[in-house]
Design a protein around this ligand. Structure first.
Ligand SMILES: C[S@@+](CC[C@H](N)C(=O)[O-])C[C@H]1O[C@@H](n2cnc3c(N)ncnc32)[C@H](O)[C@@H]1O
Length: 377
């Protein structure tokens, strides 16, 4: 019997995962992420040399001119772009590095046109992102809504993927953390310090699952020979507890500020008990372990960035505003908006009281980077 012809349109494998979304504070006023993200900007500046080196060494245009055909657009995506402007600096760095590489080919070719896709959760403030796109940019721009833990691009459609300061956001809080009957129940804290073994294990388990989903989706979207550069806040090498890092301290002071609001009768203890940050800050070893489990990418380079703000004096006001721009969304979802001003008043005081700890003792944040290359399989 002759096979019947399938006349239906090809299905697109787009699965919306049920997950949490906590975008940064939108707009461009004094409390916005766009005005309060100079630390993340420093990460992008520090990663510029990583991108140049990755493109120079690992992007093999010469031998793959059918994949990287300069008469077709070269497609770049920034995953977890937020509202800008940091994502525009990253896009510029990538476009310049790739443009220089095309320019350096022995057999002179055309320069490709560049198409940059800005990805974030659907409730990210894409309006402010589009409104502040640089006038003099050398690329076409598009927004791509949806979780990066799912497919958001067609198969083999990207040449370069980038993700900065976003992959430490988990798709959800691991459920054991909120289960009163589990040894991982995280009472009295909003995150982990590093000593509670069951809690850390649950967080790492969720991070592994999420990274596997991220790599699986990107493996389908990135062309063979394409590159991915990731920056992520992590744990420094050695036996360093998360509580002794800058991020660990910031989170535990946020937790104790929330407990102060409980004492003042502003919020309930139960609401703090059931609040946990969906974030994980991995070590280099943990990142290597997760990458090794995937078959689609080779790990070309991993290391720690030299952040330009590392040796500047600790800035209490700026740090408080930055934490608020990041956390306002997730805090409002749990506790409502009314408590925010008081919470951050208390928080700023706690930062001030701990000035010496932050300024002199805590130099242990690690901004990690990874360079991955899509295998040709
Ligand atoms: C701290 S901001 C970093 C933004 C920007 N990359 C930068 O360096 O300034 C983290 C961003 O990641 C986004 N994000 C977190 N999880 C995400 C997910 N699963 N899918 C897409 N975006 C996500 C957040 O919405 C947020 O905009």
């Amino acid at each position: 019997m002759a096979p019947t012809m399938d006349t239906t349109a090809p299905t697109v494998d787009i699965k919306e995962m049920h997950e949490e979304a906590h975008p940064m504070k939108g707009g461009d006023d004094l409390n916005s992420y766009s005005q309060n993200s100079c630390y993340q900007r420093g990460v992008i500046d520090a990663a510029k040399s990583v991108i140049i080196e990755a493109v120079t060494r690992n992007l093999d245009l010469e031998n793959n001119l059918s994949t990287f055909d300069p008469s077709k657009p070269f497609r770049i995506a920034d995953f977890g772009c937020s509202t800008g402007p940091n994502t525009f600096f990253a896009a510029k760095n990538i476009v310049e590095a790739v443009g220089q590489k095309y320019g350096s080919l022995q057999e002179k070719t055309l320069q490709p046109e560049f198409h940059v896709f800005f990805n974030d959760h659907v409730n990210n403030d894409f309006n402010i992102l589009f409104r502040s796109l640089p006038q003099n940019r050398e690329y076409f721009a598009a927004g791509v809504p949806g979780s990066f833990y799912t497919r958001v691009f067609p198969k083999a459609s990207l040449h370069f993927a980038h993700c900065s300061y976003a992959l430490h956001w988990l798709s959800k809080v691991p459920k054991e953390i909120q289960d009163k009957n589990s040894p991982a129940f995280n009472k009295g804290r909003i995150h982990y310090t590093g000593t509670e073994k069951h809690v850390v294990k649950a967080y790492f388990g969720q991070f592994q699952k999420d990274m596997i989903a991220f790599l699986k989706a990107r493996a389908q979207e990135i062309v063979g020979g394409g590159l991915m550069v990731i920056q992520i806040p992590g744990l420094p090498s050695g036996e360093v507890l998360f509580s002794r890092t800058g991020a660990g301290m910031l989170h535990s002071l946020l937790g104790s500020s929330l407990m102060d609001l409980v004492d003042l009768g502003v919020i309930s203890e139960e609401s703090v008990d059931s609040f946990n940050l969906p974030q994980y800050h991995p070590s280099i070893e943990e990142l290597e372990m997760v990458i090794e489990m995937n078959n689609s990418f080779t790990l070309e380079k991993v290391g720690a960035l030299n952040h330009p703000m590392k040796n500047l004096p600790f800035d209490v006001q700026m740090t408080s505003l930055q934490v608020r721009a990041i956390m306002e969304g997730i805090l409002t979802d749990q506790f409502g908006e009314k408590m925010l001003d008081l919470l951050f008043e208390i928080y700023t005081k706690k930062l001030q009281e701990n000035y010496n700890v932050f300024d002199k003792e805590i130099r242990r944040d690690a901004d990690l980077f990874l360079v991955l290359k899509r295998k040709n399989n």
